[in-house]
Write a protein that binds this ligand. Structure first.
Ligand code: BTN
Length: 246
């Protein structure tokens, strides 16, 4: 059964941020919070919905966004910010840290216990950017569609206790705000390095689509540089699988 926002202390106390959450708009239902953010804009505006009817993920996939279970939200930016795709997963990881340990996975997933708990989708239209974050919070194993059962989990599944979505949202927005300030002050390299460390992917042998190789670098644009048998390849999209015996 759906547990509405009213049962979580969703931003019951004001945010202590400089920029993210300049305005916070909450909806029971939207098609996609990214669409709303791209449509409404406003620097730092946060759009959050209890349910998305057309939540989307990377590669044109749909994003399961049932009511009462997750944190589905987007932050609007009126000017491009390099490094958002590094900052966002780190912010989620750090916000979730007191509850359970997470790692980040290229290009910008957050995993816990080897399964995905968060996906991130950065989209731009007419110089406006939407940073969309979907976090699985309250799901029980049976809440996931069959195709995700082995790949996804939720924070409550791992914590074994109730988790307040409002408190978690506040922590994610606070961490995000902090890192965006760093990016805006020229700290892309520092945030990239932090991401690379969190990902622990350097020197690993991975498969990404048809390419198999050793990870040599993550570029400032988030590209994965692989040394393959047929030369060095730079990939911007895809899903990686670690190869045994690397
Ligand atoms: C992925 O891992 O494929 C990215 C998933 C991104 C999902 C979030 S939920 C909030 C925002 N609105 C959307 O429609 N998508 C993102």
């Amino acid at each position: 059964m759906s547990r509405g926002f009213q049962q979580d202390s969703l931003l019951a106390t004001p945010l202590n941020t400089s920029f993210v959450g300049s305005r916070v708009l909450m909806y029971e239902e939207v098609e996609s919070t990214n669409d709303r953010a791209l449509h409404l804009g406003g620097e730092g505006t946060v759009i959050i919905a209890d349910r998305q009817t057309s939540g989307r993920g990377r590669h044109g996939r749909s994003w399961d966004s049932q009511a009462g279970l997750g944190l589905w939200f987007s932050v609007a930016f009126e000017t491009p910010i390099d490094g958002l795709a590094f900052a966002a997963p780190l912010a989620v990881r750090d916000a979730v840290k007191p509850i359970c340990a997470c790692t980040v996975k290229w290009p910008n997933d957050v995993l816990a216990g080897g399964r995905k708990i968060c996906g991130i989708l950065v989209e731009s239209r007419n110089n406006r950017t939407a940073l969309g974050i979907g976090i699985n919070v309250r799901h029980k194993p049976e809440d996931f569609p069959p195709e995700l059962k082995d790949k996804a989990t939720s924070i409550e599944c791992l914590a074994g206790r109730d988790v307040d979505r409002g408190a978690l949202l506040r922590d994610v927005l606070t961490e995000l705000d902090r890192r965006i300030m760093v990016l805006r002050q020229g700290g892309l390299e520092a945030v990239r390095r932090e991401w690379v460390e969190a990902c622990a992917i350097m020197g690993r042998r991975v498969r990404c689509g048809d390419h198999v190789g050793v990870v040599k670098e993550i570029t400032p644009e988030g590209g994965l540089v692989l040394e393959t048998e047929s030369g060095v390849r730079q990939l911007l999209l895809g899903e990686i699988v670690e190869m045994n015996g690397a």
